[in-house]
Design a protein around this ligand. Structure first.
Ligand code: NAI
Ligand code: CS2
Length: 487
């Protein structure tokens, strides 16, 4: 996509109508990945079509994504979002992004200076669960994390999201500038609270006065973010080029559904995202828990077991009636009972809508992609419901099979003996345990002893060990397909 205004775009493409010259970088976003392009950045672009505002976004990729930033600049920061339903497709050009930075292209200082500019009101992020450098089970700062160690020693040349935010806030304080709001848009339970606690703990290790200032002046709203946005593939990009009429290496495909529930707690102003469908509420936590347990929990279940059963995409798992039923039952019987929701919430309708979304054959969402980083995802997707059922004497079988599926998956060898490309920050630890136990049920208590994933009330609980061991044994003897069918 060279210059969008001179190009021959397909005439069904929806273009931004607002004047992009008036944009200012009032939002700096860390993590120009797949999700943000189809979610926050598009909400903002659509809002700018509705009201006269200057909420421009400066994109920053702290890790990787250098080529993407290059391409984005070459196309004036415009890119395509293709919303693919089961039977209809909408193509939009997103226009709120107007600047971008990358440490390898522009240097760390340029990013810190941008974050310290007076007009910046929000620093938002989608940096994945591991970007928070916290212990996944407790959400507390992991002081042994190598990036945290590095950034504490080199505060003016940070690598981590925490290091950048704390240094930028330090500069703002020194310059007597207003603080910005830190807006986490990652799939983390109480994401704002986790961001706050990690940032404060990190700042306190450097300078307690700075930490006090941040505590008093900066806000960290929680958000529930939802839209299924698979990683871009060559196939998707070439299909997109056919739809749009030109190549767009920054283009992204997603489902039509989107949801964004935001705690209304912004210290230096915010866009009126509610004008384009976001909801501002006083307490996001119930919505976050609902989504993380029902959507993401069943996603992880389908990802591990589906991958082992030979299904490439989530929509493929939905063509297997046993997987479809297991996913629905998991939502309704394992996850939904553990939630405390506002009275008018219809969890059955929610579960049905999730099954429909997972079944969308137009989206190729790889089980392998969702299976990534399980050590970071499992505590918030399975931990809460597990505790609930242990306390209530409920049935553990769905969650136990989800955890057993993950343990079997991280062995790195599938049911046909092929290698699995396992991506996880704890891979070395998991490998060391597999080297000792191999694929034997004795591995279950060993993996459940990793306290950063399974605190002792879960990992040392005999009922949990027994339920996960039975499920793991079944995966070894019958395989994933038959185990899910027998559920
Ligand atoms: P992606 O892989 O396309 O992008 C990941 C982004 O995170 C990149 O911009 C990368 O620079 C950054 N990053 C990775 N590791 C980092 C680290 N250690 N520190 C700082 N930045 C780091 O992934 P995608 O799809 O954009 O998802 C990102 C996050 O967004 C997810 O982990 C999840 O929390 C959230 N999300 C994703 C959804 C999806 O369907 N893709 C939907 C809802 C939320
Ligand atoms: C998925 C999520 O990759 C994963 O772990 O479960 O990215 C999921 O697609 C989104 O949360 C949907 O909003």
């Amino acid at each position: 996509m060279k210059n969008i205004s001179n190009s021959t775009l397909n005439d069904t493409v929806i273009l931004p109508r607002f004047d992009r010259h008036k944009l200012q970088s009032r939002i700096v976003h860390l993590g120009f990945g797949a999700f943000h392009r189809a979610h926050q950045a598009l909400y903002t672009s659509e809002l700018l079509d509705k009201e006269n505002a200057d909420w421009g976004i400066c994109e920053v990729n702290l890790f990787g994504g250098e080529a993407l930033i290059h391409s984005l600049r070459a196309q004036s920061h415009l890119y395509t979002v293709v919303e693919k339903g089961a039977s209809n497709t909408k193509i939009k050009i997103s226009g709120a992004v107007h600047e971008s930075l990358h440490p390898n292209l522009d240097g760390i200082e340029a990013i810190l200076e941008k974050m310290a500019e007076p007009q910046v009101a929000i620093v938002s992020m989608t940096v994945t669960e591991k970007g928070y450098c916290v212990d996944p089970a407790t959400g507390q700062l992991d002081v042994k994390n190598s990036m945290v160690v590095h950034d504490l020693e080199n505060p003016r040349a940070p690598k981590s999201m925490l290091g950048y935010i704390v240094m930028a806030l330090r500069v703002r304080r020194e310059r007597h500038l207003a603080p910005f709001t830190v807006l986490s848009c990652d799939n983390i339970q109480e994401n704002g609270h986790v961001a706050r606690s990690a940032i404060l703990a990190f700042a306190r290790l450097q300078d307690s006065e700075l930490a006090d200032w941040i505590e008093k002046n900066v806000t960290f709203p929680c958000t529930m973010v939802d839209r299924i946005v698979p990683a871009a593939t060559e196939e998707m990009l070439s299909e997109l080029a056919t739809f749009v009429g030109i190549d767009d290496p920054c283009g992204i495909a997603c489902e039509p559904f989107r949801q964004w529930v935001i705690e209304d707690n912004f210290v230096s102003g915010r866009p009126n995202w509610d004008l384009v469908g976001a909801q501002f509420v006083s307490d996001v936590v119930p919505y976050e828990e609902m989504k993380l347990r029902m959507l993401n929990g069943s996603h992880s279940f389908l990802a591990y077991l589906g991958y082992l059963a030979g299904y490439e995409n989530i929509s493929d798992t939905m063509t297997d009636m046993y997987f479809k039923k297991a996913a629905y039952d998991m939502m309704m019987f394992a996850q939904a009972p553990s939630l405390t929701m506002p009275e008018d919430t219809d969890l059955k309708a929610y579960a049905q809508s999730l099954i429909e979304r997972f079944s969308n054959p137009s989206l190729k969402h790889r089980t392998w992609q969702i299976a990534m980083d399980g050590s970071q995802k499992i505590p918030q997707r399975f931990g809460g419901s597990l505790r609930y059922h242990l306390a209530q004497g409920g049935d553990l079988k769905w969650i136990a099979l989800g955890i057993a599926g993950w343990i079997r998956y991280v062995s790195g060898v599938d049911e046909k003996g092929n290698l699995i490309d396992v991506c996880d920050p704890l891979l070395d630890t998991l490998k060391a345990i597999y080297d000792t136990h191999e694929q034997h049920v004795s591995i279950v208590p060993a993996i459940l002893s990793i306290e950063t994933i399974f605190p002792s009330d879960i990992g040392q609980n005999p009922q949990v060990i027994s339920a996960v061991s039975n499920a793991y044994q079944s995966l070894l003897s019958m395989g994933a397909k038959a185990t899910v069918a027998a559920l």
